[in-house]
Write a protein that binds this ligand. Sequence first.
Ligand SMILES: C[S@@+](CC[C@H](N)C(=O)[O-])C[C@H]1O[C@@H](n2cnc3c(N)ncnc32)[C@H](O)[C@@H]1O
Length: 188
Amino acid sequence: MKIDFLKTLNKIRRGPAIMLQKDIGVILANTSIDKNSRVLDAGSGCGILTSNLARFVKRVYSYDNRKEFLEAAKDNSKKFGLKNITFRNKDVYEEIKEKNLDLITLDLREPWRALKNAYNALRKDGMLVCFSPHITQTNKVIEEAKNDFKLVNIKEIIERDWVVENKRMRPEHTGILHTGFIIFLRKI
Ligand SMILES: C[S@@+](CC[C@H](N)C(=O)[O-])C[C@H]1O[C@@H](n2cnc3c(N)ncnc32)[C@H](O)[C@@H]1O
């Protein structure tokens, strides 16, 4: 039976804050990835970004230093029916095993601590995406990355749905406002 990704998303095992589809969509669309790409995602958390990436690329390496979150991410990837993810219980600040990667995504508290490892693991022109809730974190990433990466842009995605009921059609009064800044960098 075909697994419906979005329906399954409502039934996943929860742990740390997940990345929302509004932010993931923008990452997928702005990173040149395709069915031949090899990508690393850290930390795995519940594996929502990891699993979304795995829908479109050849292989995802998903790192988390907390075993319980890695297990949740693994479980969730099975629910999505994905088989192209290698999970690693590893600290991305300490080591990235892979080389020649097309994209690295970092959704963790101190992404600047993984910049050197990310640089060494990416292919030339490979992309690094950091997702940070705070502008202070964003600023630190940009400062520390400037010798090795070109800053492509920073995006913040604000989403507001519409009410559609009979003759009533209008924007919702509220939306999903701030979740995080998405920093797009390219290895020089
Ligand atoms: C906000 S969650 C990531 C959510 C994930 N992007 C998703 O969509 O489900 C952050 C994760 O990073 C992990 N983490 C924090 N520091 C890490 C490190 N140095 N190496 C690997 N994982 C780390 C945490 O254990 C946590 O699971």
